[in-house]
Ligand binder design. Structure first.
Ligand code: GAL
Length: 386
């Protein structure tokens, strides 16, 4: 990466010195149609956008926003979804490289499965932006745009403790906290997604002291990320694990009070299992506190109905903007601006990153944060559909 950055500086210096009227010609244009000229306009450049799946609502929104942002700047965007299938994503990216695209924006399925694609992109001088999920085990990653993933986990845990009454509305220990030990179960995301560990570590950072002092108990004893993981973030897998936990650990009179869930589809699977087990239809009538992430419309609707307790809102419009600005910077021979150059070591290099903030969503603030900001309309929240 070092070499490439230096080469990019070289390219931009050449632009300044010799080719004064140029508008393009960043790292990627070396290997593209417009090779070597450095005089490519956005209209002549294509950015490949590789997204993991269409089954998660957020990736559809991300894909559409990135495509729109690139097109607004005049670039051509080639948006591809990979059905959560690693060989499909590898093939899509191989093709983008063969077609000499000018930059790549990649949200991986398995962050470590694209090293040969990243090598090929580097060899062709195509800058790579890792989108939301970190591409790992390769130094050929030029930039990373994401949210503050550790904070996501901390906020999930804060929301859980708030829902359980351990925290008050200021997220400080409540004076009237329940005296009994509260039973919780813990879910994590897919282990091949680097984010899953950040979410887990953030959540455990908050929860561990309360598990240690007996405020919380985990009756299943499953307290490691490996035990709690949900391969490929699948809703059915989470639902099945919740059903199994209910059978093995809650068949008697053991009560379950809360579930740490790392993402909304998993939360809905968990809620299905809890409801089928007769634990109540809403929180008011006994349904345990279930957290989430992504503010998917179906989950926001459940929050408005008092069923799912909380979620974490990540404004994907802003993430898409950051990715598009980063691509635009590279394609103009510049470096995008990082706000974190320490947290994201991908095993081969520390990747310069831009982290965006996140917000906790509860029944009492979804209108203000999601409806008043035009992320959703009230009708969408009511219907649960976008
Ligand atoms: C993570 C992402 C989350 C969630 C999850 C499942 O990498 O950061 O927002 O969408 O994947 O797709």
């Amino acid at each position: 990466m070092q070499n490439r950055s230096m080469k990019m500086l070289g390219v931009s210096a050449a632009l300044v010195l010799g080719l004064t009227a140029c508008s393009g010609g960043g790292a990627g244009s070396d290997g593209g149609d417009d090779a070597g000229g450095g005089d490519a306009a956005p209209e002549d450049m294509t950015v490949g956008v590789a997204m993991p799946t269409q089954t998660y609502e957020r990736w559809l929104n991300d894909g559409a926003s990135v495509e729109e942002g690139l097109e607004e700047l005049g670039y051509t965007a080639d948006l591809q979804f990979a059905d959560d299938d690693i060989p499909t994503q590898q093939q899509q990216i191989d093709q983008m490289i063969t077609q000499e695209y000018d930059a790549l924006i990649i949200a991986s399925i398995d962050g470590s499965a694209l090293t040969s694609q990243l090598d090929a992109a580097a060899a062709a001088d195509i800058p790579v932006i890792s989108y939301d999920r970190l591409l790992t085990n390769s130094e050929n990653v030029d930039f990373y745009v994401t949210f503050d993933n550790f904070a996501v986990g901390q906020e999930q845990a804060n929301a859980l403790l708030y829902g359980l009454g351990v925290f008050d509305e200021n997220f400080e220990e409540a004076d009237d906290a329940p005296e009994e030990t509260l039973n919780v179960e813990l879910f994590a995301g897919s282990l091949d997604d680097n984010n899953a560990r950040f979410f887990w570590d953030g959540a455990m950072d908050v929860l561990e002291p309360y598990i240690e002092d007996g405020t919380l108990a985990v009756p299943s004893g499953q307290t490691t990320i490996e035990q709690a993981a949900t391969q490929r973030w699948e809703q059915e897998t989470a639902q099945e694990r919740m059903e199994n936990l209910l059978t093995s650990d809650y068949a008697g009179d053991e009560e379950l009070h809360g579930v740490l869930s790392p993402a909304d589809p998993l939360s809905r699977g968990i809620i299905n299992a809890l409801r089928s087990d007769g634990m109540g239809d809403t929180i008011e009538d006994g349904l345990p506190i279930v957290t989430g992430q992504d503010a998917e419309i179906a989950s926001v609707s459940l929050i408005a109905e008092g069923v799912q307790h909380s979620t974490i809102f990540k404004d994907t419009r802003n993430l898409a903007d950051e990715a598009v600005s980063a691509a635009d910077a590279f394609l103009n021979g510049e470096e995008p601006e990082a706000n974190d150059t320490e947290s994201y070591d991908n095993g081969s290099a520390v990747i310069p990153s831009y982290l965006l903030p996140v917000e906790m969503i509860l029944e009492e603030n979804y209108e203000e944060i999601l409806v008043e900001s035009d992320f959703y309309t009230e009708e969408q929240v009511e219907s649960g559909q976008q």
